[in-house]
Design a protein around this ligand. Structure first.
Ligand code: DC
Length: 207
């Protein structure tokens, strides 16, 4: 691996995006939200009227689409930043993310992204520590209580968050798992800055 990578996994609402962004900002590194990539693919599949369970069709779309996550989430030039957080996409994304061919397309893009960075990068998702970058410089597993995670998700209900966790953790392909050598951080009741500092401090002992 040419650039240092901090890989962060955890369930919905565990604070991954906020913490990953904070760590990246502190270090002057780039940041990749891989959940936004899967969400963008789900949006485009619905937009194009694809049958969401048609794995080959969705994976072909994933392969052929241009996706950006910053400064806005776009797919094939269409801004989907707001649409990716809607209930319809919360449901559809679990279907899309369980499809092995879609995952294969996403994983290769995520590795290409890291390879193209000049400094380090912070990448967050569900399979980043276990599948995408098992040799990352530092691996982190974030979690928080279900009540706090649902509260952080704002308008997504606790039952919807729990349903998605269940689907993400029990799917056959790349389920959410804590890597044995990942730093475990429970963010319940903790300030973002404090968690960011803990991860940055841990990096210095891992380099
Ligand atoms: O982090 P998020 O809630 O935006 O992720 C959206 C969905 O995508 C979630 O249901 C899990 C899935 N996902 C995944 O399977 N693998 C990743 N690396 C990132 C997200």
């Amino acid at each position: 691996m040419s650039v240092p990578v901090i890989a962060i996994d955890g369930p919905a609402g565990s604070g991954k995006s906020t913490v990953a962004r904070g760590v990246a900002q502190t270090l002057g590194w780039s940041f990749l939200d891989t959940g936004a990539m899967y969400r963008a693919v789900a949006c485009e599949a619905l937009f194009k009227g694809l049958e969401i369970h048609d794995e080959v069709a969705v994976a072909t779309l994933a392969d052929q689409s241009e996706i950006t996550t910053l400064p806005r989430v776009t797919i094939n030039g269409r801004d989907v930043e707001d649409e990716i957080r809607t209930p319809a996409i919360n449901e559809a994304v679990s279907v899309v993310a369980a499809q092995p061919l879609v995952r294969r397309a996403m994983v290769s893009r995520q590795r290409a992204w890291a390879a193209s960075q000049s400094e380090g990068t912070v990448v967050e998702g569900r399979d980043i520590t276990t599948v995408v970058f098992p040799d990352a410089t530092l691996k982190v597993f974030l979690t928080a209580s279900i009540e706090e995670r649902a509260r952080r998700r704002g308008d997504e209900s606790a039952s919807s968050v729990a349903r998605r966790d269940e689907a993400d953790s029990n799917r056959t392909n790349s389920p959410l798992r804590q890597a044995a050598d990942a730093l475990f951080v429970d963010t319940t009741g903790r300030a973002v800055d404090e968690v960011v500092k803990e991860i940055v401090a841990c990096l210095t002992t891992h380099r």
